[in-house]
Ligand binder design. Structure first.
Ligand code: ATP
Ligand code: MG
Length: 451
């Protein structure tokens, strides 16, 4: 028992109190204990108890059978749900990911033993204080990720724990203890047996953490080779040109550190140059070029994110940003409006963050100029938005219906004509009036447009 006081939320205290009042043991456990000691706000409060699931259900008026076969019942308390899980021992692991059987136990120690890392294997309640049998507190204080028990055995039981080790290191800014880290490489191949969904969840947490550059550890331990081999190729692709001081992978790691911790933005930075290894060419002076890598990269990003079972919206947004990350319109009004239309409004303002992070991860060569360009591009974009200028067909002062009235038939021709009118308006916004546009449409129809 350690002298650590944690301020449990009232509702958590009530749930624990109801269980202990009925003669059972109950503790807050895992991530919430870890985060409380660190002074971080826990995402959720998990409770572990000696009561069986049916005993838990008998004590509370409103419960949900969340994972009843694993002993988890969600107790509803004032509109909030708390997962209450019966102490359990995970049986033998049959396929490196799912325990064959779950055995309930009345022994807290057994429940703590099945947990992945010492910092995640502490329990707390107000009566007993902190229960820390594996040195979790000192590992927390010294910033260490260490397996409970033999790392080799624990990673063999569940291969996802290897990626979780790096994820926690990235979130907490901790180091992975030596024996734990060394156990990863020989077992990294077992990640092949882990579902894409579970890998995705850990990868996203790692990427949106304070230390996304921990992706380097994912590479160095041999894990990315298994689920993201494209990243290994980036880490092994030099960029011999004046714009770069890093290889593609190291550039990517620095770019990740330079963008806000948002899932879409971090995934975009991870993949923005993913096609560079495939697009690499060397000119007569030995300088490398990567022509076409944004378009090719968008296709690859789509394939990779689909393989990792991301949702369509995420795939679409990331691939679109990868496709346009190198767009460099001339900074005059009409070309900027045309660029916004071509790139798609949805990519703004994210594109500016992407461009800045990219520029900051390049060589000092003309860096200030590149950053000033992005600033000016963004200012011009903002002015165009503030003035609510027409940027899409929907913003035109005429619709298809108006064009039908002057004899244009719906279909391909109509689409082309609307696009033509939009191009005229992007060039010259004053033309966006019904009269002007009908006149332009009639001219075009009669084949004497000036364009
Ligand atoms: P967060 O929710 O902040 O991401 P967490 O520590 O709560 O972090 P969860 O994945 O929610 O992580 O798991 C809750 C607890 O369950 C962990 O703290 C750990 O004790 C245990 N746990 C989760 N996954 C595993 C695993 N694969 N192997 C062993 N124990 C695990
Ligand atoms: Mg959690």
């Amino acid at each position: 028992m350690q002298d650590v006081a944690i301020q449990l939320p009232d509702k958590v205290r009530d749930v624990i109190g109801r269980l202990t009042g009925a003669g059972f043991e109950a503790y807050a456990v895992g991530g919430c204990v870890r985060d409380s000691i660190l002074g971080r706000t826990p995402e959720d409060w998990d409770i572990t108890t000696s009561a069986s699931p049916s005993e838990v259900k008998g004590l509370f008026s409103k419960t949900i059978d969340t994972g009843i076969q694993h002993g988890t019942v969600t107790v509803m308390c004032g509109g909030e749900g708390f997962e209450v899980t019966t102490y359990r021992i995970d049986g033998e692991y049959k396929d490196k990911r799912h325990p064959k059987e779950v055995v309930f136990t009345s022994n807290l120690l057994e429940d703590l033993k099945r947990r992945d890392f010492t910092i995640n294997a502490m329990a707390y309640n107000a009566q007993e204080g902190l229960v820390d049998v594996f040195g979790g507190l000192s590992d927390l204080q010294e910033g260490r990720i260490r397996c409970v028990g033999s790392p080799q055995a624990r990673f063999t039981e569940d291969a996802l724990r290897m990626l979780r080790a790096v994820r926690f290191a990235a979130q907490l800014g901790f180091a992975i203890e030596e024996e734990t880290e060394q156990a990863i490489t020989p077992l990294a191949g077992n990640l092949r047996d882990i579902s894409a969904e579970r890998i995705q969840a850990e990868l996203v947490k790692l990427l949106v953490s304070a230390h996304p550059e921990e992706m380097r550890t994912v590479y160095e331990t041999g894990m990315s080779q298994v689920f993201l081999p494209e990243f290994d190729r980036m880490m092994e692709t030099p960029q011999n040109n004046c714009h770069h001081i890093y290889n593609v992978g190291d550039h990517t790691l620095v770019a990740l550190q330079n963008i806000p911790c948002d899932k879409i933005l971090r995934l975009t930075m991870l993949l923005h140059d993913v096609a560079k290894p495939e697009c690499q060419v060397m000119d007569g002076d030995g300088i490398y070029h990567f022509y076409g890598h944004p378009a090719k990269g968008a296709v690859m990003a789509g394939q990779i994110l689909r393989r990792l079972k991301f949702d369509n919206d995420t795939i679409d947004r990331v691939a679109s940003l990868v496709a346009c990350h190198d767009e460099l319109p001339t900074l005059r009004e009409a070309p900027v409006r045309r660029a916004i239309h071509r790139i798609g409004l949805r990519q703004f303002p994210d594109l500016f963050a992407v461009k800045r992070a990219d520029a900051l991860a390049k060589s000092p060569h003309r860096q200030e100029e590149k950053l000033a360009y992005i600033d000016k591009f963004e200012r011009m974009y903002q002015e165009i938005m503030d003035r609510q200028q027409c940027l899409t067909r929907e913003d035109l002062a005429v619709t298809g219906k108006d064009l039908i009235r002057i004899g244009i038939e719906p279909g391909k021709k109509m689409g082309e004509l609307l696009e033509y009118l939009l191009q005229c308006v992007l060039e010259c916004p004053e033309q966006n009036t019904p009269e002007q546009l009908i006149r332009l449409a009639e001219q075009k129809r009669d084949g004497n447009a000036l364009a």
